[in-house]
Every structure is written in structure tokens, then in C-alpha cells.
Design a protein around this ligand. Structure first.
Ligand SMILES: [Fe+2]
Length: 230
């Protein structure tokens, strides 16, 4: 495959509303992370209702839009001021998007999605615990390159970035998700610890992680590079 990390969601079976949300968030460096979180919630909890799947898909949406709190806080990753500001802003964006796109959409659905997005960092209730776990698993699986980027750019030391990986794995509650997270955590730690030596092309990795077309295996637009990554 030309794009080893691309096209992985070509068979994701997105509903029309989910596809529209992916279009809304096209270009967001966490788009791959969002698609992966949705996949994890379906794997962990195949019977989960639509709002759980949809909340997983849009839970970090606010980071795509300028003006939010820094996603690299200086008070630690478990800082409630940051986590609550991020979750509330995401829930507001998602609610506004849903109401604008589908004025006749069931208000109960919107409220259930809103509650899950608000709780995606802290869990609480079986459904929010699964969204939080899916977020965590997806971070470990798809955003290890971001921790390398933090180190390479001087934002954090390796030890400080490691705290994000520790925080991410330690907050998981469902035992089935803890078991799934451990090998991903070990791999992410190895990637981070090689931050100064790795040959990851961070720019290309970010391009793939952000591109709806690359992730869904759609025909490429003129703006997308056709060079393979390593
Ligand atoms: Fe997330």
C-alpha cells in the first residue's frame, strides 16, 4: 500500500451523519484518532447505542478550531481546569453542529451525545467509561507520533511526555480495555523513548492523521502529497 497508515478506515461503515462529521473535521490532526476511538468503542462494546459511537467520533472536536485551551497544558495532564474547558468546548461545538445540520434531530439524542462528550475525559457510567477507554486506547494506538513531536519541538521532555501516556492508561476502567491497552502502551513508550533517534517523518504522519481522503481511502485531491511515507 502506498500509505501504510492511510486508507485504514475505508471499510469503517460510517453512517451519513458520521461521514458528515468527518467532513466537518477534515484537516484536524486528530481525525485518525477520532476514527480509531469510534472503532475501539465498537470493538469493546458492539451493542453500544449510536450516541456512544458518535460521541467517540467527535469527542475532541474543539481542538480543530482556534481559540481553545492549550492541548499541552503546563499543570499536568490531569488538570481539571484544562480537562473541563476542553470537554465543555467540544460538547458546545458538537451540539451546535448537530442542531445546524439536522434541525429535526431528536433532542434526547443531542443531549446524550453532549453528556458523553462532556464526560469523555473523566468517564462516569458504563457508556462514558467506554468512551473514555476508547479515547485512551486510540491515543496510545494513533498518537504516539504526537508525543515524539512534543519532544522534538521542545514542548516537553521525554519524561514529561511519558506522563501523558501514563495518565492515558491509568484512567481506563473497563477490564477488557485495560488488557487491550497494555501492549499499545508499551509500544507507545518505546516510540517516545526513541524520540531523538526515530526516523518517523512527523510532517507526513500528521498529514495522514489529518486527511479524510487518506484515512478513508478516497481519491486524493491536488493538495495531498502522493509521496509514500516511511
Ligand atoms: Fe481524544
Amino acid at each position: 500500500m502506498m500509505y501504510p497508515n492511510g486508507g485504514g478506515y475505508a471499510n469503517a461503515g460510517l453512517s451519513s451523519m458520521e461521514m458528515a462529521a468527518v467532513e466537518w473535521l477534515d484537516g484536524f490532526y486528530s481525525l485518525e484518532h477520532l476514527l480509531c476511538a469510534r472503532m475501539w468503542v465498537m470493538k469493546l462494546c458492539p451493542e453500544a447505542p449510536l450516541e456512544v459511537r458518535f460521541a467517540a467520533l467527535v469527542h475532541d472536536s474543539e481542538r480543530h478550531f482556534p481559540g481553545g485551551p492549550s492541548s499541552t497544558p503546563s499543570n499536568g495532564f490531569d488538570d481539571p481546569d484544562y480537562l473541563f474547558a476542553h470537554s465543555t468546548r467540544s460538547a458546545d461545538f458538537v451540539e451546535e453542529w448537530l442542531r445546524n445540520r439536522s434541525p429535526a434531530l431528536d433532542n434526547g439524542f443531542i443531549q446524550r451525545v453532549r453528556r458523553l462528550v462532556l464526560r469523555h475525559e473523566i468517564g462516569g457510567g458504563w457508556d462514558a467509561d467506554f468512551v473514555q477507554a476508547a479515547d485512551s486506547l486510540s491515543f496510545l494506538e494513533t498518537l504516539d507520533w504526537l508525543t515524539v513531536d512534543w519532544v522534538r519541538s521542545g514542548r516537553y521532555t521525554i519524561e514529561q511526555a511519558r506522563e501523558k501516556l501514563d495518565f492515558t492508561v491509568e484512567r481506563i476502567r473497563p477490564s477488557v480495555a485495560i488488557a487491550a491497552a497494555l501492549p499499545l502502551y508499551e509500544r507507545a513508550v518505546r516510540t517516545l523513548e526513541s524520540a531523538h533517534d526515530t526516523t518517523i517523518d512527523l510532517q507526513k504522519r500528521r498529514e495522514i492523521a489529518s486527511s479524510r481522503r487518506l484515512l478513508l481511502g478516497l481519491p486524493l485531491g491536488p493538495e495531498e502529497s502522493k509521496a509514500p511515507i516511511r
